[in-house]
Design a protein around this ligand. Structure first.
Ligand SMILES: Cc1cc2nc3c(=O)[nH]c(=O)nc-3n(C[C@H](O)[C@H](O)[C@H](O)COP(=O)(O)O)c2cc1C
Length: 178
């Protein structure tokens, strides 16, 4: 099976997640078509038979280029086995309301775009303090102190649970093949 692994990423973590998904797919014997949605290239040449799309939350929204792509491609996406990987920080909060907020981003995306993925996986992202500009570092430090215990702005933090991500990919492949 050929599986499209489409992603958008602002700071790089969702790109890493998509890369890991593609590696897991290929290790399992299927073919992965890794595709940067923001590149606006054609992806249809190899006729994917399933799709996993990944996008990060920034300031309460997925990147516009992602929601535009999904809205444009929803007929195709709804016609094949598909899954969505939502990347955020709130999903790892100790506060249930905040985790609910993170889950809500994906629900809103579904309603707004009309795409109904068969599976949704919520992955915790990363904080790249050493790469942020002053304002972004200040903003994310305020957010991270409370939610992730990440207080040292001289280092980066990666919260993604790679084992859970791989288990999700295996679950998707099994469901898509049946
Ligand atoms: C400027 C900025 C705003 C963010 N806003 C949110 C947010 O509103 N909710 C949330 O859960 N995570 C938020 N995050 C955390 C990102 O989802 C996380 O850093 C993720 O790994 C980013 O993915 P990317 O590296 O692929 O861009 C924000 C991160 C940044 C840098």
């Amino acid at each position: 099976m050929i599986i499209l692994v489409g992603y958008t990423s602002v700071d790089g973590q969702t790109r890493r997640i998509a890369g890991e998904i593609a590696s897991r797919i290929e290790a399992g014997g299927d073919r992965a078509l890794l595709f940067d949605i923001a590149s606006l290239d054609e992806y249809g040449v190899s006729h994917p038979e399933a799709a996993i799309l990944c996008a990060p939350i920034h300031a309460g929204n997925y990147p516009g280029v992602f929601t535009e792509f999904v809205t444009r491609e929803k007929a195709w996406l709804n016609s094949v086995p598909s899954a969505f990987v939502s990347v955020s920080l709130l999903i790892m909060s100790d506060v249930e309301d905040e985790r609910e907020e993170a889950r809500g981003f994906a629900e809103t995306m579904k309603h707004e775009t009309g795409w109904v993925p068969n599976l949704v996986h919520h992955a915790a992202g990363a904080l790249r303090f050493t790469e942020y500009d002053f304002f972004k570092r200040w903003m994310m430090h305020r957010m991270a102190k409370r939610r992730a215990g990440a207080t040292d702005t001289t280092q980066d933090y990666e919260f993604t649970d790679w084992q859970r991500l791989n288990a999700f990919v295996d679950e998707f492949r099994a469901a898509a093949a049946s």
